[in-house]
Design a protein around this ligand. Structure first.
Ligand code: ASP
Length: 404
């Protein structure tokens, strides 16, 4: 019998092929070919993922809450999850700042002319108005806008209310269970197309990233990637080992498919179906993973936090601003909050960077200096974001004493 190639293996092959084809196209001057004929297939795939993400989050979270069957248990899982997210994100900020300051102190960051920067930042209404906007006024609008924080709030309310209604809500329970089974089938189908998405996106990125701007910002990119790698190795290896009782090698092997997928798609939300498969393979309890992963893909962004810290120090140096220790503390707090507010979609972390810069009175237009290579930063930060979600689902499974 022919052995079927596993999904992580297929994704790895697609990644390597994508790089090779991208290099060939770049050398042959066929950038337009990758943009016009390869990328659209990646776009179709990402569209499909986006199309299922709202029902996946909605039904996955409600189903997770119903399986826990007790609001106290939901509360206990929720507190552990949010605590893990906050602590690891704060550590990520510190790691990002340490690397950025070492690079900056050693004069490794290029000094770019801020006059070249052109970027129109989004206005932020402040913390309280952001808090208010998490609560939906019209749930259909939350679904059509794919406002994931609102979808999470809706899931919590419906899950809790179905539990509270007891026997009378039996029909609702069955409907959720039935829909969730359908969504799972749909997810499995879309995930089976992942290698196509990985291949086409990778070929396009490799062929089209402008090499000049890439070279001038190379050390800033290297700095961010060092932060991502150190965070993954230190924080996730340790949590796998200490909290989830698993060897780091097993953890990273199990999370590999989701990591590669996140790396190429640059969207935690789009990677959700793949993360769920990986977490289940690694032994995360189903009801816990169904709760933790959708939440994580929306609010847990360690990679984004590292990126925002590195970018802030770099842009401050371009503006000739030297950040004091007090300002660094502000960076940790605002980057943690900004990463929570970052949506799990491509490029969102750069938009939220404006919030950190604004707090420090660094002109937000300076983001224009790094916008051209944002995808490169985004690939690494999304990969880290997703790894953190999977790691959390395993730790909470262990803390709840439910390791399979
Ligand atoms: N693309 C990232 C994610 O989906 C968010 C970001 O841009 O930082 O996790």
């Amino acid at each position: 019998m022919k052995k079927k190639v596993s999904l992580p293996m297929q994704i790895l092959i697609a990644l390597v092929l994508g790089i090779v084809v991208g290099l060939i196209c770049s050398a042959a001057g066929w950038k337009d070919f990758t943009a016009n004929y390869l990328k659209p297939f990646g776009d179709i795939f990402v569209n499909l993922l986006k199309f299922i993400v709202v029902p996946v989050v909605l039904f996955s979270m409600i189903d997770g809450i119903l399986s826990m069957n007790d609001m106290r248990k939901v509360g206990s899982v929720g507190i552990k999850t949010v605590a893990y997210f906050m602590v690891t994100t704060a550590i990520a900020c510190v790691i990002g700042l340490v690397f950025a300051n070492v690079f900056n102190g050693a004069g490794l960051f290029p000094i770019l002319d801020p006059n070249q920067a052109e970027y129109e930042a989004k206005e932020f209404g402040g913390f309280m108005s952001t808090l208010v906007s998490i609560f939906p006024t019209n749930m259909w609008k939350s679904f059509t806008d794919a406002n994931m924080l609102q979808v999470i709030v809706i899931s919590l309310f419906f899950g809790g209310s179905i539990l509270a209604a007891g026997e009378k809500a039996k029909l609702c329970r069955d409907i959720v269970g039935s829909f969730y089974s359908v969504i799972e089938k749909l997810m499995a189908f879309v995930i089976s197309l992942a290698p196509i998405g990985v291949f086409t996106y990778m070929a396009w990125v490799v062929a089209t990233q402008g090499s000049e701007i890439l070279v001038s910002l190379l050390l800033v990119i290297v700095c961010a990637y060092l932060g991502y790698i150190v965070h993954a190795i230190v924080v996730y290896s340790l949590s796998a080992k200490i909290f989830a009782g698993m060897s780091p090698v097993k953890f990273f092997k199990g999370a590999f498919a989701a990591m590669v997928f996140a790396f190429t798609s640059t969207s935690s939300a789009a990677t959700l179906p793949v993360s769920k498969e990986c977490a289940a393979e690694l032994g995360a309890e189903d009801d816990i993973a169904s709760f933790v992963l959708p939440l994580g893909s929306t609010i847990n962004m360690d990679g984004t936090a590292i990126y925002q810290c590195v970018a802030t120090v770099f842009l401050a140096s371009c503006a000739n601003i030297h950040l004091t220790i007090g300002q660094m503390v502000i960076v940790v707090v605002t980057a943690t909050l900004a990463s929570i507010g970052t949506a799990g979609v491509s490029g969102a972390g750069m938009i939220m960077l404006a919030m950190v810069l604004e707090t420090l009175s660094i002109p937000v237009a300076y983001i224009g200096l790094i916008v051209a290579v944002d995808r490169i930063f985004d690939m690494g930060r999304t990969c880290l974001n997703v790894t953190g979600d999977i790691s959390c689902s395993l730790c909470v499974t262990q803390w709840e004493g439910k390791k399979k």
